[in-house]
Design a protein around this ligand. Structure first.
Ligand code: ADP
Ligand code: ADP
Ligand code: ZN
Length: 216
């Protein structure tokens, strides 16, 4: 089974993708995580992407397509993948379709996670993650069981993304509405789009996604 999680920044794509990885044995392909790794390594792509990401704009289709093309052909993807943060433009979606057709692979569901813009600002500005294992948390909505200790790995070090500031959120939301939202009618026309209520609490969103996957 291959999925796309589609929704604005902060909608909960990463949170749900990690749960689906565990529950269904799928692999999460997060282009945001790949880019942050490239920035941290100082690679050529990382150097190009760094400032664009800090401004809350989209990295070029050319870079993103090359990145996902390399990743999606790796052997661990054959058991199913969850695209999280890709495609984000019509060009990316069209090239992805052609790429998958060549590999004889199809997307089973595109899951749209709907969340109000006002709620997204709070989600993004309260987001942080474990510096060691990457587990995701929120100041208010997803706190570790023991204050300051990661549930998954016990680490006491956490980090916040540089682009998770109120100033940057506006441009990221603009980029979503202008460049990514047109993918909704694109996938609707293909008959693969299913919407879930991303405003619900985290467990409820997971249940709604499971219903979609199990109805198939
Ligand atoms: P995305 O990958 O779509 O940008 P995340 O999964 O990182 O979004 O979620 C953004 C923040 O909101 C995180 O801090 C996460 O803990 C929190 N979050 C995710 N889903 C929900 C939800 N349904 N309700 C409240 N907070 C949520
Ligand atoms: P979020 O889900 O919170 O928006 P991501 O981690 O998916 O964040 O992406 C962080 C940043 O990385 C984006 O704001 C953008 O600059 C860049 N990025 C990630 N995926 C893509 C993509 N498919 N196309 C263009 N830029 C991307
Ligand atoms: Zn951890």
């Amino acid at each position: 089974m291959n999925l796309i999680l589609l929704g604005p920044p902060g909608a909960g794509k990463g949170t749900q993708a990690k749960r689906l990885e565990d529950a269904y044995g799928l692999i999460q392909l997060s282009t945001g995580d790949m880019l942050r790794a490239a920035v941290a390594s100082g690679s050529e792509i990382g150097q190009k992407a760094k400032e664009i990401m800090e401004r809350g704009e989209l990295v070029s289709d050319e870079i993103m397509i090359a990145m996902i093309r390399d990743r999606i052909q790796q052997p661990d993807c054959v058991h199913g993948f969850i695209l999280d943060g890709f495609p984000r433009t019509t060009v990316q979606a069209e090239v992805l379709d052609a790429m998958l057709a060549n590999m004889d692979v199809k997307i089973d569901h595109v899951i749209e996670m709907t969340v109000d813009d006002a709620a997204l600002v709070e989600r993004i500005t309260g987001r942080y993650s474990c510096a060691k294992c990457g587990a995701g948390y929120h100041d208010k909505y997803q706190q570790p069981e023991t204050d300051g200790v990661c549930d998954k790995c016990g680490s006491t070090e956490f980090s916040r993304r540089k682009d998770d500031k109120a100033e940057t959120v506006t441009s990221r939301l603009q980029a979503y509405h202008a460049q990514t939202a047109p993918l909704l009618p694109y996938y609707k026309a293909k008959g693969v789009l299913k919407a879930v209520d991303g405003m619900a609490d985290i467990d409820e969103v997971t249940s709604q996604i499971e219903l979609v996957l199990e109805a198939a």
